[in-house]
Design a protein around this ligand. Structure first.
Ligand SMILES: Nc1ncnc2c1ncn2[C@@H]1O[C@H](COP(=O)(O)OP(=O)(O)OP(=O)(O)O)[C@@H](O)[C@H]1O
Length: 267
């Protein structure tokens, strides 16, 4: 679905490339997490994938079409983005209007706009807040408004930058419910995250970016407990894998597999 073919990118005035000759393919319906140290180039990669930046070298394609050839409106039909500072992508004075805005750009009927807005409000558990001004909400709720805008549009490709940031346990549960809904409907998801427990819970493939290069790409059980990610200053091991290491268990990916392994060992 999304392909980076030998992509390099250098920020203006920077002496070195931020991304180097990068090859990457995301297949339809894949859930991919992008991890790595601060400054590794994750957000830059996401912006390139969104078509907000242009590669200096190489080519990025979306369903076989060169991304740079697509107009902004065509990209918006296919790609939904959640920025790290999601509140900066909110412009309207009520949550309802904010959600309806993207739908209006698609020239849907009034009934369709109302229907999809209501469905997104329900899915994101924002119905009671629908008439509130987004600035009257706390950070987690505001982030959920940005999520609801994506939920209403249901784009086939989601690019999420640190999505679990700002959520307390209540809103994280709602967000994860939406994410599971997207996974079930075959949405392709590329997510940047420093929260490795969140990554271990939801992603089937993890890419470790370091200094603008992919240094690891595979299932979470192979990538999340590598030495490179465990170096001081890097991201801490997710709880499940840390527990595996401490107890010398193999590396099951889910709590269910973990308890099965643990029970087997106790026998
Ligand atoms: N707008 C910009 N102008 C110039 N340089 C930038 C810009 N944005 C990022 N950079 C540089 O590009 C490099 C990669 O930054 P990027 O934000 O992509 O990393 P990241 O892996 O997303 O980091 P973080 O986890 O801290 O968000 C860094 O050296 C950063 O200073």
């Amino acid at each position: 679905m999304l392909t980076f073919n030998k992509v390099s990118f250098r920020w203006p005035k920077a002496s070195t490339y931020c991304l180097n000759n990068l090859d990457l393919t995301l297949n339809q319906g894949e859930r991919v997490a992008l991890v790595g140290d601060n400054g590794a180039g994750k957000s830059t990669l996401l912006r390139l994938a969104a078509g907000l930046l242009k590669a200096d070298e190489g080519q990025i394609t979306l369903n076989g079409v060169d991304l740079s050839q697509l107009k902004a409106q065509q990209r918006a039909m296919s790609i939904g983005i959640l920025f790290q500072e999601a509140e900066k992508q909110i412009f309207h004075s009520s949550i309802k209007d904010e959600i309806a805005f993207g739908l209006k750009q698609r020239k849907l009927t009034r009934e369709q706009i109302d229907q999809y807005t209501e469905q997104a409000l329900i899915l994101c558990e924002l119905t009671e807040l629908a008439d509130k001004h987004p600035l009257d909400l706390h950070a987690g709720q505001r982030r959920m408004v940005a999520v609801a805008c994506l939920a209403a549009l249901s784009p086939p490709l989601l690019l999420l930058d640190e999505p679990s940031r700002d959520f307390d346990a209540h809103w994280l549960r709602i967000f994860e419910k939406w994410l599971a809904h997207c996974q079930q409907s075959g949405t392709t998801i590329l997510t940047i995250s420093h929260d490795l427990d969140f990554v271990a819970r939801h992603y089937s493939r993890v890419i470790h970016l370091s200094g603008g290069n992919i240094i690891n790409d595979g299932p979470p059980s192979c990538v999340l407990c590598t030495e490179e990610l465990q170096e001081p200053g890097e991201l801490p091991s997710p709880t499940l894998y840390a527990l595996n290491q401490a107890l010398s268990l193999n590396y099951p990916d889910t709590p269910e597999e973990w308890s099965h392994s643990w029970l087997n060992r106790m026998r």
